[in-house]
Design a binder for this molecule. Structure first.
Ligand SMILES: Cc1cc2nc3c(=O)[nH]c(=O)nc-3n(C[C@H](O)[C@H](O)[C@H](O)COP(=O)(O)O)c2cc1C
Length: 391
Protein backbone atom coordinates (compact mmCIF):
# COMPACT_ATOMS: atom_id res chain seq x y z
CA UNK A 1 0.00 0.00 0.00
CA UNK A 2 1.41 3.42 -0.93
CA UNK A 3 1.45 6.33 1.50
CA UNK A 4 -1.31 7.95 -0.57
CA UNK A 5 -3.73 5.19 0.42
CA UNK A 6 -2.99 5.70 4.11
CA UNK A 7 -3.95 9.42 4.08
CA UNK A 8 -7.39 10.41 5.33
CA UNK A 9 -9.73 11.74 2.60
CA UNK A 10 -10.22 14.25 1.34
CA UNK A 11 -6.49 14.79 1.11
CA UNK A 12 -5.59 18.48 1.38
CA UNK A 13 -2.12 19.11 -0.04
CA UNK A 14 0.04 22.04 -0.98
CA UNK A 15 0.53 22.49 -4.73
CA UNK A 16 4.07 22.84 -6.09
CA UNK A 17 5.02 26.41 -7.03
CA UNK A 18 8.36 27.04 -8.65
CA UNK A 19 10.24 29.88 -6.96
CA UNK A 20 7.81 29.79 -4.01
CA UNK A 21 7.40 26.39 -2.35
CA UNK A 22 11.11 25.91 -1.73
CA UNK A 23 12.49 23.93 1.19
CA UNK A 24 12.35 26.82 3.66
CA UNK A 25 8.79 27.79 2.81
CA UNK A 26 7.61 24.17 2.97
CA UNK A 27 9.39 23.69 6.28
CA UNK A 28 7.72 26.84 7.64
CA UNK A 29 4.35 25.55 6.45
CA UNK A 30 5.04 22.17 8.10
CA UNK A 31 5.72 23.97 11.39
CA UNK A 32 2.65 26.22 11.33
CA UNK A 33 -0.11 24.04 9.89
CA UNK A 34 1.02 21.01 7.99
CA UNK A 35 -0.68 19.99 4.73
CA UNK A 36 -1.37 16.28 4.18
CA UNK A 37 1.30 16.20 1.48
CA UNK A 38 3.78 18.61 -0.13
CA UNK A 39 5.57 18.65 -3.47
CA UNK A 40 8.95 20.10 -4.34
CA UNK A 41 9.18 22.77 -7.03
CA UNK A 42 9.55 21.08 -10.39
CA UNK A 43 13.09 20.08 -11.38
CA UNK A 44 14.22 19.15 -14.88
CA UNK A 45 15.34 15.52 -15.21
CA UNK A 46 18.47 16.70 -17.00
CA UNK A 47 19.37 18.94 -14.06
CA UNK A 48 18.86 16.04 -11.65
CA UNK A 49 21.15 13.75 -13.63
CA UNK A 50 23.74 16.04 -15.22
CA UNK A 51 23.12 19.71 -14.43
CA UNK A 52 25.26 21.95 -12.23
CA UNK A 53 25.09 20.82 -8.62
CA UNK A 54 23.29 23.92 -7.30
CA UNK A 55 20.24 22.92 -9.38
CA UNK A 56 19.76 20.01 -7.01
CA UNK A 57 18.81 22.56 -4.32
CA UNK A 58 15.17 22.24 -5.36
CA UNK A 59 15.31 18.65 -4.08
CA UNK A 60 16.37 19.65 -0.57
CA UNK A 61 13.70 18.97 2.04
CA UNK A 62 13.28 18.60 5.77
CA UNK A 63 12.05 15.42 7.47
CA UNK A 64 9.24 17.45 9.09
CA UNK A 65 7.64 17.84 5.66
CA UNK A 66 6.86 14.15 5.13
CA UNK A 67 5.12 12.93 3.13
CA UNK A 68 7.08 14.87 0.52
CA UNK A 69 6.92 14.18 -3.19
CA UNK A 70 9.61 15.20 -5.71
CA UNK A 71 8.23 16.72 -8.89
CA UNK A 72 10.21 16.27 -12.12
CA UNK A 73 9.70 17.50 -15.65
CA UNK A 74 11.22 16.77 -19.01
CA UNK A 75 10.50 14.52 -21.96
CA UNK A 76 13.41 12.06 -22.27
CA UNK A 77 12.50 8.61 -20.93
CA UNK A 78 16.16 7.69 -20.29
CA UNK A 79 16.62 10.71 -18.07
CA UNK A 80 13.40 9.91 -16.19
CA UNK A 81 14.76 6.42 -15.59
CA UNK A 82 17.97 7.80 -14.07
CA UNK A 83 16.31 10.68 -12.22
CA UNK A 84 13.85 8.23 -10.62
CA UNK A 85 16.88 6.51 -9.05
CA UNK A 86 18.06 9.85 -7.65
CA UNK A 87 14.59 10.64 -6.23
CA UNK A 88 14.43 7.22 -4.53
CA UNK A 89 17.98 7.51 -3.20
CA UNK A 90 17.11 10.93 -1.72
CA UNK A 91 14.38 9.25 0.31
CA UNK A 92 11.33 10.96 -1.19
CA UNK A 93 7.93 9.46 -0.47
CA UNK A 94 6.75 9.76 -4.06
CA UNK A 95 7.66 10.92 -7.56
CA UNK A 96 5.36 13.25 -9.46
CA UNK A 97 5.67 14.05 -13.17
CA UNK A 98 4.75 17.55 -14.27
CA UNK A 99 2.47 17.44 -17.32
CA UNK A 100 0.91 20.82 -16.71
CA UNK A 101 3.51 23.59 -16.80
CA UNK A 102 2.30 26.18 -19.33
CA UNK A 103 5.50 28.22 -19.56
CA UNK A 104 6.57 28.72 -23.16
CA UNK A 105 10.11 27.52 -22.55
CA UNK A 106 8.87 24.28 -20.98
CA UNK A 107 5.75 23.39 -22.97
CA UNK A 108 6.96 24.36 -26.44
CA UNK A 109 9.92 22.00 -26.02
CA UNK A 110 7.42 19.18 -25.42
CA UNK A 111 7.70 18.94 -21.61
CA UNK A 112 5.15 20.02 -18.97
CA UNK A 113 1.74 20.64 -20.54
CA UNK A 114 3.35 19.96 -23.94
CA UNK A 115 3.04 16.26 -23.11
CA UNK A 116 -0.77 16.51 -23.42
CA UNK A 117 -0.19 16.78 -27.18
CA UNK A 118 2.15 13.76 -27.26
CA UNK A 119 0.47 11.02 -25.22
CA UNK A 120 2.93 8.43 -26.55
CA UNK A 121 5.83 10.31 -24.98
CA UNK A 122 3.81 10.73 -21.77
CA UNK A 123 3.32 6.95 -21.65
CA UNK A 124 7.01 6.33 -22.26
CA UNK A 125 8.25 8.65 -19.56
CA UNK A 126 5.80 7.25 -17.01
CA UNK A 127 6.97 3.73 -17.80
CA UNK A 128 10.63 4.75 -17.66
CA UNK A 129 10.16 6.48 -14.29
CA UNK A 130 8.29 3.47 -12.91
CA UNK A 131 11.01 1.11 -14.17
CA UNK A 132 13.65 3.34 -12.55
CA UNK A 133 11.80 3.14 -9.23
CA UNK A 134 11.42 -0.65 -9.50
CA UNK A 135 15.08 -1.22 -10.43
CA UNK A 136 16.28 1.00 -7.58
CA UNK A 137 14.04 -0.90 -5.14
CA UNK A 138 15.53 -4.17 -6.42
CA UNK A 139 19.00 -2.94 -5.51
CA UNK A 140 20.34 -1.23 -8.63
CA UNK A 141 22.96 1.40 -7.79
CA UNK A 142 22.88 4.95 -9.13
CA UNK A 143 26.06 4.26 -11.09
CA UNK A 144 24.39 1.13 -12.47
CA UNK A 145 21.56 3.36 -13.71
CA UNK A 146 24.07 5.55 -15.54
CA UNK A 147 24.66 8.44 -13.12
CA UNK A 148 28.22 9.75 -12.91
CA UNK A 149 30.20 9.24 -9.66
CA UNK A 150 30.27 13.02 -9.00
CA UNK A 151 26.47 13.17 -9.10
CA UNK A 152 26.16 10.16 -6.84
CA UNK A 153 28.47 11.82 -4.31
CA UNK A 154 26.40 15.02 -4.46
CA UNK A 155 23.26 13.03 -3.69
CA UNK A 156 24.98 11.26 -0.79
CA UNK A 157 26.07 14.66 0.60
CA UNK A 158 22.46 15.89 0.44
CA UNK A 159 21.36 12.86 2.45
CA UNK A 160 24.12 13.43 5.02
CA UNK A 161 23.18 17.10 5.38
CA UNK A 162 19.49 16.38 5.99
CA UNK A 163 18.82 16.64 9.70
CA UNK A 164 17.52 13.43 11.28
CA UNK A 165 17.38 11.74 7.87
CA UNK A 166 15.48 8.53 8.21
CA UNK A 167 17.13 5.25 7.27
CA UNK A 168 16.74 4.52 3.60
CA UNK A 169 14.69 1.43 2.79
CA UNK A 170 14.82 0.05 -0.72
CA UNK A 171 11.13 -0.11 -1.55
CA UNK A 172 9.08 1.21 -4.44
CA UNK A 173 7.56 4.68 -4.16
CA UNK A 174 4.32 5.71 -5.89
CA UNK A 175 4.27 7.58 -9.19
CA UNK A 176 1.81 10.43 -9.74
CA UNK A 177 1.07 13.06 -12.40
CA UNK A 178 0.04 16.70 -12.23
CA UNK A 179 -1.62 18.03 -15.34
CA UNK A 180 -4.16 20.39 -16.93
CA UNK A 181 -7.46 20.00 -18.81
CA UNK A 182 -5.84 20.23 -22.22
CA UNK A 183 -3.41 22.17 -24.37
CA UNK A 184 -5.55 24.69 -26.24
CA UNK A 185 -8.94 23.01 -25.79
CA UNK A 186 -10.37 20.80 -23.04
CA UNK A 187 -9.54 17.16 -23.87
CA UNK A 188 -9.69 15.88 -20.34
CA UNK A 189 -11.90 12.84 -21.04
CA UNK A 190 -9.44 11.32 -23.54
CA UNK A 191 -6.36 12.56 -21.67
CA UNK A 192 -7.44 10.97 -18.39
CA UNK A 193 -7.98 7.65 -20.18
CA UNK A 194 -4.40 7.84 -21.44
CA UNK A 195 -3.01 8.57 -18.00
CA UNK A 196 -5.06 5.81 -16.39
CA UNK A 197 -3.45 3.22 -18.69
CA UNK A 198 -0.26 3.75 -16.67
CA UNK A 199 -2.10 3.47 -13.33
CA UNK A 200 -0.57 6.44 -11.54
CA UNK A 201 -1.31 6.57 -7.81
CA UNK A 202 -2.69 10.12 -8.16
CA UNK A 203 -3.66 12.51 -10.94
CA UNK A 204 -3.72 16.14 -9.77
CA UNK A 205 -5.75 18.20 -12.19
CA UNK A 206 -5.53 21.97 -12.52
CA UNK A 207 -8.85 23.06 -14.05
CA UNK A 208 -7.41 25.13 -16.88
CA UNK A 209 -5.88 24.45 -20.29
CA UNK A 210 -2.31 25.45 -21.07
CA UNK A 211 -3.58 28.27 -23.28
CA UNK A 212 -5.53 29.75 -20.38
CA UNK A 213 -2.33 29.94 -18.30
CA UNK A 214 -3.82 31.36 -15.08
CA UNK A 215 -6.60 33.42 -16.73
CA UNK A 216 -10.31 32.93 -16.20
CA UNK A 217 -11.69 30.57 -13.61
CA UNK A 218 -10.68 26.97 -13.02
CA UNK A 219 -13.32 24.69 -14.56
CA UNK A 220 -14.47 22.44 -11.73
CA UNK A 221 -17.19 20.88 -13.90
CA UNK A 222 -14.43 19.38 -16.04
CA UNK A 223 -12.63 18.27 -12.86
CA UNK A 224 -15.88 16.58 -11.72
CA UNK A 225 -16.05 14.72 -15.05
CA UNK A 226 -12.47 13.53 -14.59
CA UNK A 227 -13.25 12.41 -11.02
CA UNK A 228 -16.12 10.33 -12.37
CA UNK A 229 -13.93 8.65 -14.99
CA UNK A 230 -11.21 7.88 -12.44
CA UNK A 231 -13.55 6.48 -9.76
CA UNK A 232 -12.97 2.78 -9.10
CA UNK A 233 -9.70 2.69 -11.07
CA UNK A 234 -7.42 2.66 -8.02
CA UNK A 235 -6.03 6.09 -9.01
CA UNK A 236 -6.92 9.10 -6.84
CA UNK A 237 -8.05 12.34 -8.47
CA UNK A 238 -7.15 15.69 -6.89
CA UNK A 239 -8.75 18.93 -8.05
CA UNK A 240 -6.76 22.12 -8.18
CA UNK A 241 -7.33 25.75 -9.08
CA UNK A 242 -8.71 28.82 -7.31
CA UNK A 243 -9.24 27.19 -3.92
CA UNK A 244 -9.01 30.31 -1.76
CA UNK A 245 -10.55 29.14 1.51
CA UNK A 246 -11.96 26.17 3.40
CA UNK A 247 -15.41 27.09 2.10
CA UNK A 248 -13.95 26.41 -1.35
CA UNK A 249 -12.38 23.13 -0.17
CA UNK A 250 -15.67 21.87 1.27
CA UNK A 251 -17.76 23.04 -1.70
CA UNK A 252 -15.43 21.59 -4.33
CA UNK A 253 -15.06 18.21 -2.65
CA UNK A 254 -18.81 18.00 -2.04
CA UNK A 255 -19.75 19.00 -5.58
CA UNK A 256 -17.18 17.01 -7.53
CA UNK A 257 -16.34 13.90 -5.49
CA UNK A 258 -12.58 14.46 -5.86
CA UNK A 259 -10.33 12.50 -3.47
CA UNK A 260 -8.41 15.60 -2.54
CA UNK A 261 -7.48 19.15 -3.43
CA UNK A 262 -4.18 20.92 -3.90
CA UNK A 263 -3.95 24.51 -2.70
CA UNK A 264 -1.38 26.82 -4.23
CA UNK A 265 -1.65 30.60 -4.20
CA UNK A 266 -3.92 30.77 -1.15
CA UNK A 267 -0.92 29.69 0.94
CA UNK A 268 1.29 32.59 -0.22
CA UNK A 269 2.07 34.67 2.84
CA UNK A 270 -0.22 32.34 4.82
CA UNK A 271 1.75 29.23 5.85
CA UNK A 272 -0.94 28.66 8.48
CA UNK A 273 -3.52 27.95 5.74
CA UNK A 274 -3.46 24.18 6.30
CA UNK A 275 -4.07 24.28 10.05
CA UNK A 276 -7.85 24.06 9.51
CA UNK A 277 -7.77 20.97 7.32
CA UNK A 278 -9.13 18.66 10.05
CA UNK A 279 -12.09 20.96 10.73
CA UNK A 280 -12.95 20.98 7.03
CA UNK A 281 -12.62 17.20 6.86
CA UNK A 282 -15.00 16.79 9.80
CA UNK A 283 -17.65 18.90 8.10
CA UNK A 284 -17.41 16.64 5.05
CA UNK A 285 -17.11 13.32 6.88
CA UNK A 286 -20.08 14.06 9.11
CA UNK A 287 -22.12 15.30 6.13
CA UNK A 288 -22.78 18.55 7.99
CA UNK A 289 -24.61 21.17 5.98
CA UNK A 290 -22.30 24.06 6.91
CA UNK A 291 -19.83 25.60 4.50
CA UNK A 292 -16.66 24.78 6.45
CA UNK A 293 -14.50 26.70 8.90
CA UNK A 294 -14.20 30.47 8.68
CA UNK A 295 -10.64 31.55 7.86
CA UNK A 296 -8.31 31.51 10.84
CA UNK A 297 -6.60 34.90 10.97
CA UNK A 298 -3.45 35.36 13.02
CA UNK A 299 -2.98 38.40 15.23
CA UNK A 300 -0.39 40.87 13.97
CA UNK A 301 2.10 39.52 16.54
CA UNK A 302 1.53 35.94 15.38
CA UNK A 303 1.85 37.00 11.76
CA UNK A 304 5.17 38.73 12.42
CA UNK A 305 6.41 35.75 14.42
CA UNK A 306 5.75 33.34 11.54
CA UNK A 307 7.24 35.79 9.04
CA UNK A 308 10.42 36.08 11.15
CA UNK A 309 10.57 32.33 11.62
CA UNK A 310 10.36 31.86 7.84
CA UNK A 311 12.98 34.56 7.19
CA UNK A 312 15.40 33.12 9.77
CA UNK A 313 15.00 29.67 8.28
CA UNK A 314 15.68 31.15 4.85
CA UNK A 315 18.80 33.05 5.95
CA UNK A 316 20.15 29.98 7.75
CA UNK A 317 19.66 27.82 4.65
CA UNK A 318 20.59 30.22 1.86
CA UNK A 319 22.78 32.87 3.52
CA UNK A 320 22.33 36.62 3.81
CA UNK A 321 23.64 37.16 0.27
CA UNK A 322 20.46 35.56 -1.08
CA UNK A 323 18.10 37.44 1.24
CA UNK A 324 16.53 39.48 -1.55
CA UNK A 325 14.89 36.23 -2.74
CA UNK A 326 12.91 36.33 0.50
CA UNK A 327 11.40 39.77 -0.26
CA UNK A 328 8.45 38.52 -2.31
CA UNK A 329 7.41 36.25 0.57
CA UNK A 330 7.73 39.14 3.03
CA UNK A 331 5.48 41.22 0.79
CA UNK A 332 2.85 38.45 0.68
CA UNK A 333 2.68 38.39 4.48
CA UNK A 334 1.64 42.06 4.42
CA UNK A 335 -2.04 41.95 3.62
CA UNK A 336 -5.29 42.16 5.49
CA UNK A 337 -4.31 44.50 8.34
CA UNK A 338 -4.25 48.30 8.71
CA UNK A 339 -1.36 49.99 6.85
CA UNK A 340 -0.25 46.67 5.33
CA UNK A 341 0.56 48.42 2.02
CA UNK A 342 3.13 50.72 3.63
CA UNK A 343 4.81 47.78 5.37
CA UNK A 344 4.75 45.82 2.11
CA UNK A 345 6.60 48.65 0.37
CA UNK A 346 9.32 48.62 3.05
CA UNK A 347 9.70 44.84 2.74
CA UNK A 348 11.04 45.23 -0.78
CA UNK A 349 14.09 47.00 0.61
CA UNK A 350 15.17 44.63 3.39
CA UNK A 351 18.40 42.68 2.92
CA UNK A 352 18.88 40.83 6.20
CA UNK A 353 17.14 39.65 9.36
CA UNK A 354 18.51 42.72 11.16
CA UNK A 355 16.87 45.00 8.52
CA UNK A 356 13.66 43.07 8.84
CA UNK A 357 13.54 43.36 12.62
CA UNK A 358 14.14 47.11 12.31
CA UNK A 359 11.36 47.52 9.73
CA UNK A 360 8.91 45.58 11.91
CA UNK A 361 9.82 47.60 15.02
CA UNK A 362 9.38 50.90 13.09
CA UNK A 363 6.08 49.68 11.72
CA UNK A 364 4.76 48.93 15.20
CA UNK A 365 5.62 52.48 16.36
CA UNK A 366 4.37 54.23 13.22
CA UNK A 367 1.25 52.16 12.77
CA UNK A 368 0.23 53.04 16.32
CA UNK A 369 0.57 56.76 15.53
CA UNK A 370 -1.00 56.34 12.06
CA UNK A 371 -3.97 54.61 13.69
CA UNK A 372 -4.30 57.52 16.11
CA UNK A 373 -4.24 60.01 13.22
CA UNK A 374 -6.80 58.05 11.19
CA UNK A 375 -9.04 57.73 14.26
CA UNK A 376 -8.89 61.52 14.55
CA UNK A 377 -9.60 61.91 10.85
CA UNK A 378 -12.69 59.80 11.26
CA UNK A 379 -13.81 62.01 14.13
CA UNK A 380 -13.04 65.27 12.40
CA UNK A 381 -15.86 65.22 9.85
CA UNK A 382 -18.28 64.62 12.71
CA UNK A 383 -16.89 67.60 14.58
CA UNK A 384 -16.85 69.88 11.52
CA UNK A 385 -20.36 68.74 10.63
CA UNK A 386 -21.54 70.52 13.76
CA UNK A 387 -22.59 74.18 13.02
CA UNK A 388 -19.80 76.54 14.01
CA UNK A 389 -20.67 78.48 17.17
CA UNK A 390 -19.54 81.59 15.27
CA UNK A 391 -22.42 81.30 12.76
C1 LIG B 1 4.47 30.90 -9.10
C2 LIG B 1 3.90 29.57 -9.49
C3 LIG B 1 4.77 28.51 -9.73
C4 LIG B 1 4.25 27.26 -10.09
N1 LIG B 1 5.10 26.20 -10.26
C5 LIG B 1 4.60 24.95 -10.47
C6 LIG B 1 5.44 23.82 -10.48
O1 LIG B 1 6.67 23.90 -10.27
N2 LIG B 1 4.87 22.61 -10.72
C7 LIG B 1 3.51 22.47 -10.93
O2 LIG B 1 3.03 21.36 -11.14
N3 LIG B 1 2.69 23.53 -10.90
C8 LIG B 1 3.20 24.75 -10.65
N4 LIG B 1 2.35 25.81 -10.54
C9 LIG B 1 0.88 25.59 -10.65
C10 LIG B 1 0.29 25.34 -9.24
O3 LIG B 1 0.76 24.13 -8.70
C11 LIG B 1 -1.24 25.28 -9.32
O4 LIG B 1 -1.59 24.28 -10.23
C12 LIG B 1 -1.87 26.61 -9.76
O5 LIG B 1 -1.29 27.70 -9.08
C13 LIG B 1 -3.39 26.61 -9.51
O6 LIG B 1 -3.67 26.41 -8.14
P1 LIG B 1 -4.06 27.65 -7.16
O7 LIG B 1 -5.20 28.38 -7.82
O8 LIG B 1 -4.45 27.00 -5.87
O9 LIG B 1 -2.85 28.52 -7.06
C14 LIG B 1 2.84 27.08 -10.21
C15 LIG B 1 2.00 28.16 -9.96
C16 LIG B 1 2.50 29.38 -9.59
C17 LIG B 1 1.55 30.51 -9.31
Amino acid sequence: MSFWQSLTRPIIGMAPMDGVTDATFRHTVAMHGKPDVSFTEFTHVHDVCRGPEFLLDSLIYHEAERPIVAQLYGKEPDLFYQAAHAVCELGFDGLDINMGCPSRSVASSGSGAGLIRTPDVAHEIMRAARQGIADWASGQTLEGAGLKPGRVEAIQRMNEQRQDARTLVRQTIPLSVKTRLGYDVVVIDQWIEHLLMEQPAVISLHGRTLQQMYRGEADWNAIARAAKIVRGSGTLLFGNGDVHSYHDVVRRVRDTGVDGVLVGRAALGAPWFFRQKEEARLVLQQHRSEEGPEPWLPTLDDRFEVLLDHARRFEAACGQGQFRRMRKHLGWYCKGFPHAASLRASMFRVSSIADLERVLADFRIHSASLTEVSDQMQLEPLISAEPSPAL
